[in-house]
Write a protein that binds this ligand. Structure first.
Ligand code: NAP
Length: 251
């Protein structure tokens, strides 16, 4: 019997796939047999390219600023000319932190553009050929702040709440056409995104004691969950927002 988690022969686009959680996602997809196309601003680290080569796989890098809708359209067109994309992972994201009353509208627009608008645009651009083929997997990136409001991150919380709802909206239109649209909602992960929290001993302690698993998550905790959602094993999973949070939401 074939392995239902095997991704051999598939090509996955991973936004922000060179660092942070994206690095763990790219690594896990490569190890499951997929080739990976990274869309980001920063070149993919040589170590990840070498790891792909060791596995007999490939990593391709396409530079793009996901705040720029025209650049997204041009880059996606080039990727689609070069590859058949079976899997889209909308991992890239950003956040900005100000008290709500002082939150600059320029910062609001940038967070919404990168976290929400680019996710929708990429779902459209890569979803269309998946719908035409009747097969595809999309994994969006939600957050605990799809469910909770957070503190001093109103644009981020609004964007991630919307990503969860967008995932369900696309599920309702696309699931009968062979395209699975789901989301992962990571808990507190030790990446660059949380530099401010990790450097604040009081907030770090407050957050850490509330995690039932007793530790922060890391990119390895996320990568194989994405592999699962992108694999035949998850063929009947549609419209879910899967928390990978060490139990945070259960508490
Ligand atoms: N860390 C957490 O605790 C946590 C919790 C819940 C949800 N998440 C979500 O998980 C995802 C990954 O987070 P992370 O912790 O890995 O964040 P991170 O370490 O800050 O990395 C962010 C990633 O997004 C890419 N990115 C950001 N802005 C971009 C832009 N304008 N254009 C292109 N790429 C851009 C970055 O690539 P370049 O800089 O190379 O462009 C980088 O790969 C995000 O959607 C985040 O909201 C994270």
């Amino acid at each position: 019997m074939s392995n239902p988690f095997d991704l051999t022969g598939r090509t996955a686009v991973v936004t922000g796939g060179g660092r942070g959680l994206g690095h763990g996602i790219s690594t896990a997809l490569l190890e499951a047999g997929a080739d990976v196309v990274v869309l980001a601003r920063t070149e993919v680290p040589a170590e990840l390219v070498a790891h792909a080569e060791d596995l007999g796989r490939s990593v391709h890098f396409y530079p793009v600023d996901l705040a720029d809708g025209d650049a997204i359209a041009a880059t996606a067109a080039q990727v689609l000319a070069d590859h058949r994309v079976d899997i889209l992972v909308n991992n890239a994201g950003t956040q900005d932190r100000y008290p709500a009353v002082d939150f600059p509208l320029e910062a609001w627009d940038r967070v919404i553009d990168i976290n929400l608008r680019s996710t929708f645009q990429l779902c459209q651009l890569f979803g269309r050929p998946m719908l035409e083929r009747g097969e595809g997997k999309i994994v969006n990136f939600a957050s605990l702040l799809s469910f909770q409001g957070g503190l001093t991150v109103p644009a981020y919380a609004a964007s991630k709440g919307a990503v969860a709802q967008l995932t369900k909206a696309l599920c309702n239109e696309w699931s009968a056409k062979g395209v699975n649209v789901n989301a992962v909602a990571p808990g507190y992960m030790a990446t660059d995104m949380n530099t401010a929290l990790l450097a604040d001993p009081v907030r770090l302690e407050q957050l850490s004691v509330r995690i039932p698993a007793g530790r922060w998550g890391n990119p390895e905790d996320i990568g194989n969950v994405v592999v699962f959602l992108a694999s035949p094993a998850a063929g009947y999973i549609h419209g879910q927002v899967l928390a990978v949070d060490g139990g945070w939401l259960a508490r």
